[in-house]
Design a protein around this ligand. Structure first.
Ligand code: OMP
Length: 225
């Protein structure tokens, strides 16, 4: 079975991106390219990394009016990413239109509450019950109703989200080994616990990419699963 680990290749340096991808390719399930890489290298850069042969998760977290997001998804369609992200907070119509515009083989997943946010951060943006759990549940219901393929949430909420949506696809970032540096992540979980709680895939960036030997780091994590 393919590994559930998708490595987040967050760098604007294409040579470094390629080097990391080449190092980890035999021990991970896919590669995630996000805003940092895409802003620097665009679709041509994505194609270069896709040539390595692993599924590509294109994480652009689209969030705009439905027409704009749908047109952006259409413009990205030629890349045929395995997974593409939008923000659930963009609303139901935006998610519906994003899904309708995506290639058949692309899973559209909706980001619920970023793993870098905690209850205080939610309060500050007007989510006044200040509870990531309740907000993830609310947005998971909305994403399910909109007909996308799944959601992104932290390991702390994935079991509850899966209860709401047993057939959903659950992407879990904010993954840290027990002793790992949290950095800017506030809602974190170990890889094993996140998988046991119901994650479909685990997004792991710095614990692998900043390691002296990214392939060894990926294998150590894989061995815990
Ligand atoms: O959509 C994502 O992948 C995502 C959602 C979220 O809530 N939190 C989150 O960290 N991510 C992404 O997951 C990766 C996590 O990276 P590390 O913190 O280095 O493991 C980054 O590429 C983030 O953009």
């Amino acid at each position: 079975m393919r590994s559930p680990i998708y490595v987040a290749i967050d760098t604007p340096d294409i040579a470094r991106a390629k080097a990391i991808a080449a190092k980890v390719k035999n021990h991970v399930g896919g590669l995630k390219l996000g805003l940092e890489f895409f802003s620097a290298h665009g679709q041509a850069g994505v194609r270069e990394i896709a040539a390595i042969g692993l599924p590509i998760f294109l994480d652009l977290k689209l969030h705009d009016i439905p027409n704009t997001v749908a047109k952006a998804v259409q413009a990205l369609g030629g890349l045929n990413p395995a997974i593409l992200t939008v923000h659930a907070a963009g609303g139901r119509a935006m998610m519906e239109d994003a899904k309708a515009a995506a290639p058949v083989g692309t899973k559209v997943v909706a980001v619920t509450v970023l793993t870098s946010l905690d209850g205080d951060d939610l309060n500050a943006i007007g989510v006044t019950d200040g509870d990531p759990h309740a907000q993830v549940e609310r947005l998971t219901r909305l994403a399910m109703e909109a007909g996308v393929d799944g959601v992104v949430c932290s390991g702390n909420e994935v079991a509850a989200a899966k209860k709401i949506w047993p057939k959903g696809f659950f992407v879990v970032p904010g993954i840290r080994p027990a002793e790992g540096h949290h950095g800017d992540q506030k809602r974190v979980m170990t890889p094993r616990k996140a998988l046991d709680a119901g994650a479909s895939i685990l997004v792991i960036g710095r614990p692998i990419t900043q390691a002296e030997d990214p392939d060894a780091a990926a294998r150590v994590i894989e061995a815990t699963l």
